[in-house]
Design a protein. Structure first.
Length: 76
């Protein structure tokens, strides 16, 4: 129903788990809510690797999207 709390949310899959976020959220907002530093990850959005981190703030997310967040791991 329009106007209900459910209508203001979308569901996406983040690293294999279902997650509800506010409608009209961007990728940058998702990363912020997860406390993920965008400089330390690689993002795959709907099977496409996003190479330009500057566009995260304008990259919209939609119901049913799939986001994979891959963290860099140091070692040696």
């Amino acid at each position: 129903m329009i106007g209900t709390p459910e209508a203001s949310k979308i569901t996406l899959t983040v690293n294999g788990a279902q997650r509800e976020i506010p409608r009209n959220s961007t990728l940058a907002e998702l990363l912020g809510s997860l406390r993920v530093d965008p400089r330390l990850v690689v993002i795959e959005h709907n099977r496409t690797i996003l190479r330009d981190r500057d566009k995260y703030a304008t990259q919209p997310l939609d119901n049913g999207d799939v986001v994979e967040i891959v963290h860099f791991v140091g070692g040696g």
